[in-house]
Design a protein. Structure first.
Length: 238
């Protein structure tokens, strides 16, 4: 028993001597601090959610365009017809300068109306928004908004946000065309009446007319008589 105790004491002594290193550079330094926990509420586990510090930013509100003080006169288009063939849509419009043209709704999206039909740079920026069977929608520029409805031309103004106005154009009911005048066919009885009037007028003119008659015994030598419906006259024989 004594030998066992001596042997155990010797082994402990050898271990302690090996653990103590005189040339260890970290000898005498305090033990390192444990790693600090990260700040913020992080989500652990298999969740795909972002940690709290990386929350998505709020969307920025669009800036509101202010309507200019000096507005241009309202220039309106008139709708003459629409065409819808498959996914192709077009409007037959009459420009403010009374010129008729066809404007296609490209890719069925907001399409700027060709400025050549408006004939002025200050009246550009009109957009065709939609084409239906008997109506279309046109967006007006901010500096020349749609402010007054015109029922005669089928124009109705629609106020939108941010100073944008839209005009709904509808086909107006036009007046029926006048029927062409039928030619007047004169009846036979009417023709006869006009002819009788002309004859009566001629008789009135010549009622006092007396036809000149030259008797043969009254013809002088070297002359001869020429008889006509209006009277006789003398002419030389040669």
């Amino acid at each position: 028993m004594r030998n066992i105790i001596i042997t155990a004491t010797a082994i402990l002594f050898v271990i302690n001597v090996q653990a103590f290193d005189l040339f260890n550079p970290d000898r005498g330094k305090p033990p390192p601090k444990p790693p600090s926990k990260p700040s913020g509420n992080y989500v652990t586990g298999s969740s795909n959610k972002l940690p709290t510090p990386f929350k998505a930013k709020a969307s920025i509100k669009p800036t509101i365009t202010k309507r200019p003080k000096n507005l241009l006169p309202q220039k309106d288009f008139a709708l003459k017809g629409t065409s819808i063939i498959g996914n192709k849509r077009a409007a037959i419009l009459i420009a403010p300068n009374k010129k008729e043209f066809i404007q296609y709704l490209k890719d069925n999206k907001r399409t700027e109306i060709d400025a050549k039909y408006v004939k002025s740079e200050k009246y550009k920026s009109y957009y065709l928004l939609n084409v239906e069977a008997r109506s279309v929608q046109i967006e007006y520029p901010i500096n020349a908004p749609c402010r007054k409805d015109k029922d005669k031309f089928g124009v109705k103004c629609i106020e939108k946000s941010d100073g944008i106005t839209i005009a709904a154009l509808n086909l107006t009911q036009r007046k029926a065309l006048k029927a062409p005048r039928r030619p007047i066919i004169k009846k036979p009885a009417e023709k006869n009446r006009k002819r009788d009037k002309k004859l009566a007028k001629r008789k009135e003119i010549y009622k006092n007319f007396k036809r000149k008659v030259i008797k043969d015994e009254d013809v002088p030598p070297g002359m001869r008589v020429v008889r006509t419906p209006f009277g006789d006259r003398l002419v030389p024989t040669k």
